[in-house]
Design a protein around this ligand. Structure first.
Ligand SMILES: [Zn+2]
Length: 428
């Protein structure tokens, strides 16, 4: 399997062939840029509030990193010490004031073609669960009550989120098994469409959810698992919001009005969030945060097209793009840009519908915005929000209370539905 990072890089090269017309490019090889720390009065207040909230991040790709770097051999890492080759470890999570973390169960969309999605998903679940059970500082949480209890006990609550509906291989039995293993959200798609839902970064096929897709969402409602509508097309977002009986989440998505990338949430969908009660968790990935990305992507696509005209082999095109990237730095985005997304979501949806899902997925932090390169930096963003006049209560909501509130609603609805509805047994 290619790594997620390689995948994002290659996705850009597929643009000229039309395979992924809106592919993101997250850049590579950029130097780590140091930012000035926020004013200490804001930083200290931010840290105190995060510790109290508790602070919940809904997306981190550490399980994939374990599999990619050491084939899942956890004895290679002392997670009680800083691990420079990984995107998280216990000392840095503590420094970042992380109270609860959703670890991502991520498998490439391409595994649909080889029917290996479910097999790879089980490897991800396995490594994530082995990791959680290997450390006394961590404990698996299965409910909102668990998150608060584990946090009060001084440990980091760990949850699982499945990033891509392809992993159930059209089987509600697999969905229920994922829930048994502890998955509390499933992103309906990843980069490519699935049989029953369109992705934001693929050609529309179903114009949203199919009938089976709607039944999957309803089964998630009955089970007590968030339908995560990050990565899906705007039509899939709207179909999901129409059929769901429980709050949805965006586990890692930003505002389209600030950065026009198909991965981001359009205003009409943001406007539907208060009624649904769901939460949009903002990510820190430069390509989705920076308002300059759209223009840069256009220039990059044009450069790829030109290289395809000039050269016959992919190897020459790849070499040409490496040169082009050296001369053209991708816009990176700043802490202030992330705060602009939060301001906007607050304006269009509301303060009750915002959370954080940073999406750390590699060790150097270069795909992330300047100043938020690793999991120690969450307090920097919250200090910026305080500087902008957000109240303590606002911060507590964004940090975790919105998520806990939505999760309790979702759990209550599931308990009710289980009294009247039978499990979905029809395979898609
Ligand atoms: Zn993602």
């Amino acid at each position: 399997m290619i790594s997620r990072r390689d995948f994002l890089g290659q996705a850009g090269l597929l643009v000229a062939s039309g395979a992924l017309a809106e592919a993101a490019f997250t850049g590579g090889g950029r130097a780590y840029e140091e930012t000035l720390p926020p004013e200490s009065k804001f930083l200290e207040r931010a840290k105190a509030l995060l510790k109290k909230a508790p602070f919940i991040d809904t997306h981190n790709d550490l399980p994939s990193m374990f599999l990619e770097t050491r084939a899942g051999d956890l004895t290679s890492f002392d997670m009680g010490k800083v691990q420079p080759t990984l995107c998280a470890d216990i000392p840095r999570l503590r420094e970042g004031c992380v109270g609860a973390q959703y670890w991502s169960v991520f498998v490439e969309s391409g595994t649909q073609k080889t029917h290996t999605s479910l097999h790879e998903a089980l490897r991800e679940f396995d490594v994530a669960l082995r990791f959680i059970r290997s450390r006394t500082e961590l404990e698996q949480a299965r409910s909102a009550d668990d998150i608060e209890r584990i946090h009060q006990g001084g440990r980091i609550a760990c949850l699982l989120g499945v990033e891509g509906g392809h992993m159930i291989e059209n089987s509600p039995a697999a969905l229920r098994t994922f829930h048994e293993l502890g998955a509390r959200y499933m992103t309906l798609t990843h980069w490519a469409n699935v049989d029953w839902a369109d992705a934001a970064t693929d050609e529309p096929e179903q114009q949203g959810l199919t009938e089976f897709g709607k039944r999957v969402v309803k089964e998630m409602n009955r089970l007590g698992m968030f339908a995560d509508i990050s990565h899906v097309s705007a039509d899939t977002m709207k179909d999901t919001l129409r059929v769901t009986r429980a709050p949805v989440i965006f586990s890692h998505s930003n505002a389209f009005a600030i950065a026009p990338h198909p991965r981001n949430v359009p205003d009409d969908v943001l406007g539907m969030m208060p009624k649904n009660g769901g939460v949009v968790h903002v990510n820190f990935i430069g390509a989705f945060v920076s308002p300059k990305t759209a223009e840069f992507d256009e220039r990059r696509k044009a450069a790829v097209r030109q290289l395809h005209m000039r050269f016959d082999t992919d190897k020459e095109v790849v070499a040409g793009m490496a040169e082009w990237e050296k001369a053209n730095q991708a816009p990176r985005g700043t802490i202030s840009d992330v705060a602009d997304h939060i301001d906007h979501i607050r304006e269009v949806a509301g303060i009750d519908n915002i959370g954080i899902g940073a999406d750390f997925y590699e060790a150097t932090g270069t795909p992330m915005v300047t100043g938020l390169e690793n999991v120690t930096r969450y307090p920097f963003l919250f200090a910026e929000l305080l500087r902008r006049g957000y109240s303590d209560d606002d911060l507590l909501k964004i940090a975790g209370r919105n998520h806990l509130r939505a999760m309790r609603q979702m759990e209550g609805i599931a308990a009710e539905l289980q009294k009247s509805e039978q499990p979905l047994i029809t395979e898609g």
